[in-house]
Write a protein that binds this ligand. Structure first.
Ligand code: FAD
Ligand code: NAI
Length: 490
């Protein structure tokens, strides 16, 4: 088959599928190619985020949080629970069903918006007239095809980075993929990397009873977060029983024979022995049943044949783009995890929309300064804008205001008073420069801060807005008031 499209999008994750839908909404003829397959070999649209990322991880976090509440939280409400059990197979099946709903939902959206979908691998075949005449894109898969694209959007995402010499087998050495489908609660779970995946996946299996040890190379915990937030979070995670060792150097990892020697007696895996040097320089060994390696992700460009058209990659293999997601080739754009910037689904989506609008002659724009970060642990962690340490390093004069959830009525009623909200505002203009939250529903509360920063609000603006009582949102108002040292409830 051979057909010409205005836009061909390679990759059907949040960057690609959203770009395709927006371009189609704007009247362009659009195709999207994605190679992800479900267990039956059919398409599974939605990329990493839908299949092995945002959605399934949040499903398991919810299940494990429910379990933890029943095990430890209900008693304070006078609710007794006897014989509490966890059926991991059922929990994983629920997660899989949620993933499928999302896969099917995107396929429906493609039909609704008349986006032509091709299930297979897309690669650059050749540039026509140096790219000015478009590009030929080959599709390899069940239905092989050659598509001609006037404009191309590369949205091929990222994959988990393995440790050198330690490939993922997804049985004992797990990437995010295997970590999301462990069939039983491991007795001893090791995690290399205390980043976002390590903390979220570590929380899931810890809540269900695993003994979890996290080995982190850096001497600081969650270096990207505000220091005060990171400190509070580390205290809470340690209390929950996550053993987090900072400043370690992971050495050799030995894998025992499957099914043999496992102290947990699960019988479906063997021992994994991790040699490492601790922060004091002492040689140590960690024995676990399974090891999650979550040390960051690498951009996906293998299979895309960038060399066929001269698409420029950087030293990490990411597609080089400018602030508007233009590559070095005319009519070729790239968005999401395959380019610079944070590897977040909403960042990918924003870039996808902006690129579609620019292709249609509009002025799509992404405000990189107001992209929120959320870590869905307990307590949740969320922030937008700059941290206190970044402001200090930049020599920016600022004022800070914090409010603890312990002084918030709704948090007390919820029984979740860990953490605080912190506002950072310019010392002269009071413009909000950053908002940092550690505590209940930080993931939802941060939206108010994003809106405020997008509209260049001052902390006084938030302090003067009526927030419902009792609500966690009142902690936002109080932290904004604290910038001017006039909290009302603390
Ligand atoms: P992807 O989602 O990776 O999609 C790329 C798609 O392109 C894939 O389907 C891939 O198969 C396909 N593809 C690649 N090459 C080709 C080719 N040559 N031809 C055809 N198809 C191809 N982010 C958040 O914002 N919030 C979260 O809560 C969150 N949780 C996460 C949890 C985990 C465990 C992980 C791993 C990630 C999480 N992320 C989260 C990050 C998020 O998943 C990514 O930032 C997001 O998926 C990036 O979107 P993308 O479209 O750029 O790429
Ligand atoms: P990460 O970059 O968040 O964390 C990796 C951690 O591993 C870092 O702390 C790093 O110092 C450490 N590390 C690297 N090499 C190491 C080594 N050899 N030994 C010990 N520690 C080592 O990467 P992660 O957790 O793999 O996640 C990838 C990306 O996926 C995240 O950066 C994020 O963009 C995205 N994600 C987002 C989520 C969310 O928004 N809630 C959830 C999960 C993932």
């Amino acid at each position: 088959m051979s057909k010409t499209f205005d836009v061909v999008v390679i990759g059907g994750g949040p960057g690609g599928y959203i770009a395709a839908i927006r371009a189609a909404q704007l009247g362009l003829e659009v195709a999207c190619i994605d190679e992800w397959s479900n267990t039956k070999g059919g398409p599974a649209l939605g990329g990493t985020c839908t299949n092995v990322g945002c959605i399934p991880s949040k499903a398991l976090l919810q299940s494990s949080e429910n379990f933890a509440h029943a095990a430890h939280g209900f008693a304070a409400h006078g609710i007794g629970v006897a014989g509490l059990t966890i059926d991991v197979a059922k929990m994983v099946a629920r997660k899989d069903a949620i993933v499928k709903q999302n896969n099917d939902g995107i396929q429906y959206l493609f039909k609704k918006n008349k986006v032509a979908f091709f299930h297979g691998r897309g690669s650059f075949a050749r540039a026509l007239d140096g790219g000015r005449g478009g590009y030929e894109i080959a599709v390899a898969g069940n239905e092989a095809a050659t598509l001609t694209a006037r404009q191309v959007v590369v949205a091929t995402g990222s994959s988990a980075r393995a440790l050198p010499g330690l490939p993922f087998d997804e049985e004992r050495i797990l990437s995010n993929d295997g970590a999301l489908r462990i069939g039983r609660v491991p007795e001893r779970l090791g995690i290399v990397g205390s980043g976002v995946i390590g903390l979220e996946m570590g929380s899931v299996w810890r809540r269900l009873g695993a003994q979890v040890t996290v080995l982190e190379a850096l001497p600081v915990f969650l270096g990207a977060a505000d220091e005060q937030v990171a400190k509070e979070a580390l205290k809470a995670f340690t209390k929950q029983g996550l053993a987090i060792e900072l400043g370690v150097k992971v050495g050799e990892v030995k894998i025992g024979k499957a099914g043999k020697g496992s102290k947990s007696g699960n019988g479906d895996h063997g021992d994994v022995s991790v040699s490492y040097t601790d922060a004091k320089g002492e040689a140590r060994t960690l024995e676990v049943d399974r090891l999650i390696v979550s040390v960051g992700r690498a951009p996906n460009t293998v299979g895309l044949a960038p060399e066929a058209v001269g698409l420029q990659l950087d030293e990490r293999g990411a597609v080089v783009v400018d602030d508007e997601c233009r590559t070095n080739l005319p009519g070729v754009w790239a968005v999401g995890d395959v380019v610079r910037g944070p590897m977040l689904a909403h960042k990918a989506e924003e870039e996808g929309v902006a690129v579609a609008e620019r292709i249609a002659g509009q002025h799509g724009h992404v405000d990189f300064g107001t992209i929120p970060w959320v870590i869905y642990t307990d307590p949740e962690i969320a922030w937008v804008g700059q941290t206190e340490q970044q402001l200090k390093a930049a020599g920016r004069a600022y004022r800070a205001g914090s409010f603890p959830f312990a002084a918030n009525g709704r948090a007390r009623a919820l029984g979740n008073t860990t953490g605080f909200v912190k506002f950072l505002a310019d010392a002269a203009t009071d413009e909000i420069l950053g908002v940092h939250i550690v505590g209940p529903l930080a993931s939802e509360l941060i939206a108010e801060a994003v809106v405020a920063m997008a509209f260049k609000a001052s902390s006084e603006d938030i302090a003067r807005i009526c927030h419902a009582h009792p609500s966690l949102g009142e902690a936002m108002k109080e932290a904004a008031l604290a910038v001017d040292k006039r909290t009302l409830n603390a």
